[in-house]
Design a protein around this ligand. Structure first.
Ligand SMILES: Cc1cc2nc3c(=O)[nH]c(=O)nc-3n(C[C@H](O)[C@H](O)[C@H](O)COP(=O)(O)OP(=O)(O)OC[C@H]3O[C@@H](n4cnc5c(N)ncnc54)[C@H](O)[C@@H]3O)c2cc1C
Length: 429
């Protein structure tokens, strides 16, 4: 049995803890926020969309179920998604997503899902150290120093240190100072975002089982998403440049009013006005992309989730991949009977190429979501037709595989590349 210290008790950290505790390890989680089972206040931040809703595809669902969490409890945290709608010139183009199997993607309440994970982590006897911020890391000794809300310091030492502390990971900082030849690249996406929340989604008149996308007709200047979660609210993520007439920091009130009228014309006027007011008042958030050359340090430390591969959310896969990281790590622990010298390098080998593929697809998807492309829907139809005609040779549309299977991201990227060649041969673009 190993003593494992996980820094960060968010989605990836908590699921990893459940898996490893169930394998009999002593697992400690260091989390700077409070206990969500007592109060969710720390976990709901209306300013950041990231804090409100998140879409979970079959990959994420399977990773949660494999940890022994019942499907009905997971489904209670979300609304089942049966399609996507893309608004072009105010008109929706609905694309149904018929399930390939029985599981349907979910539009999850992030805080409800967090509570569910913590409930099962407590059941698995995970030791949580809430309201403890990790302030110093010694990866050579797999130890960290934390500071609580009273300013007191505590030292935690384990056999393995797992970084699940998100995009701005302090553990990853220690990789940079201790690890030879550790390469790390952090970049910010050219646009940022704001989140607008309408508490009663029924007033908005959009279907709750559909994920809505806006901005395909914006020439690359805007991408927006709207999703409903079980508390009945709908949140709009509005992704725009930082500067300019129509931008996150615009002071041109008329230009911004025109923007809302143009892209959200389908929404009742009083709701649109509330969205405009929120937009002008709220601060902007950044979209961060992180690439690390390795996810492990000797047999002492491991990066997973956003700490290893944070990405802009244009594919909606950051959390799904983070949960799958936990699943893959669990399988490696079982296969190599806890031998960290075997497990950690294999984790890097397996996950690094998947993370790179997922990030490449996410970046490319921004262009799809924000740029008018008249052949986009023809492509989807073409792919369905070809798959039906040549099931052995023509793979299903990438989006369907992405939403309904756990197919490796690197394979999905290959499918996408192959299909791009077919489209060209068929002169579809
Ligand atoms: C706008 C937006 C929309 C998104 N939508 C989707 C989506 O639809 N689908 C999807 O799959 N992904 C989505 N994502 C990505 C997803 O949010 C992340 O990939 C996911 O949250 C990663 O989980 P994590 O546990 O690795 O990190 P986090 O969720 O960031 O959790 C990190 C945890 O570590 C704690 N922590 C941090 N630093 C310290 C410290 N020093 N000491 C102690 N604790 C610490 C934090 O409090 C937190 O609990 C979206 C992201 C954004 C920005």
């Amino acid at each position: 049995m190993s003593k494992i210290i996980i820094v960060g008790g968010g989605l990836a950290g908590s699921l990893t803890a459940i898996y490893l505790a169930k394998q009999g390890h002593e697992v400690h989680i260091i989390e700077k926020r409070g206990n969500p089972l007592e109060s969710q206040a720390d976990y709901i931040d209306q300013v950041s969309a990231r804090a409100i809703g998140v879409s979970m595809t079959v990959r994420g669902i399977e990773a949660v179920l494999a940890a022994g969490i019942p499907l009905d409890e997971l489904q209670a945290c979300g609304v089942e998604v049966s399609g996507m709608a893309f608004f072009i010139k105010g008109q929706p183009k609905i694309r149904d997503l018929p399930p390939l199997d029985t599981l349907k993607p979910l539009s999850l309440s992030r805080s409800m899902f967090q509570v569910l994970l913590n409930k099962y982590a407590h059941k698995a006897k995970v030791h949580y150290h809430y309201l403890q911020r990790c302030v110093d890391v010694d990866i050579e000794r797999a130890s960290v120093i934390t500071q609580n809300q009273y300013g007191e310091f505590v030292n935690h030492q384990g056999d393995l240190l797992i970084a699940a502390d998100g995009a701005r990971s302090v553990v990853r900082d220690a990789f940079q100072t201790h690890s030879r030849r550790f390469e790390f690249h952090q970049s910010f996406f050219k646009h940022g975002y704001k989140t607008l929340v309408i508490p009663d989604a029924t007033e908005v008149g959009l279907r709750k089982d559909i994920l809505y996308f806006f901005g395909m007709d914006s020439g690359g200047e805007f991408a927006g998403r709207a999703a409903t979660i079980p508390d009945g609210s709908i949140s709009f993520a509005v992704c725009l440049p930082y500067t300019g007439k129509v931008s996150l920091h615009s002071e041109d009130t008329q230009a911004m009013k025109d923007f809302f009228e143009r892209y959200y014309a389908m929404i009742p006027k009083h709701i649109r006005e509330s969205m405009y007011q929120q937009f002008m008042e709220k601060p902007s958030n950044d979209l961060i992309n992180v690439r690390s050359s390795t996810f492990h340090y000797k047999n002492r430390a491991l990066l997973l989730g956003d700490a290893a591969h944070a990405t802009a959310p244009f594919l909606g896969q950051g959390m799904n991949m983070a949960l799958e990281d936990a699943f893959v790590l669990d399988r490696l622990f079982a296969e190599f009977e806890g031998n960290l010298t075997e497990i950690l390098p294999r984790f890097t080998d397996l996950r690094k190429k998947e993370a790179d593929a997922m990030q490449d697809m996410a970046r490319a998807n921004y262009d799809v979501l924000s740029c008018s492309n008249p052949v986009f829907f023809m492509r989807a139809k073409f792919a369905r037709y070809m798959t039906k005609q040549f099931p052995d040779r023509y793979p299903p549309d990438m989006a369907e595989k992405l939403y309904f299977t756990s197919m490796a991201y690197s394979e999905l990227r290959d499918v996408q590349q192959k299909q791009n060649v077919w489209y060209k041969i068929g002169r579809m673009n």
